[in-house]
Design a protein around this ligand. Structure first.
Ligand SMILES: [Zn+2]
Length: 77
């Protein structure tokens, strides 16, 4: 069973982790550059799932999360 853990970690890090749980993204615009997000690029934060437009933005955000403001999408839309 130990061999399963590295495999899981790899899956979490991978961009291909589309089906991991964590709920829908709280934002619809990339906090790094304002582009419409794609849910495959996301980070789980205390505030919820934050999505990004591309892997570069995701890595940029992860390197310094406090630098970016995540704008939650408007309710009921
Ligand atoms: Zn972006």
């Amino acid at each position: 069973m130990k061999a399963l853990i590295p495999a899981l970690l790899l899956a979490i890090v991978s961009v291909g982790t589309v089906f991991a749980k964590g709920g829908p993204a709280i934002n619809e615009k990339c906090p790094v550059d304002g582009t419409t997000v794609r849910i495959i690029y996301r980070v789980f934060t205390d505030a919820g799932t934050v999505a990004f437009c591309c892997v570069d933005c995701m890595e940029t955000y992860k390197a310094n999360p406090s630098r970016y403001t995540v704008t939650p999408k408007p309710p009921g839309k």
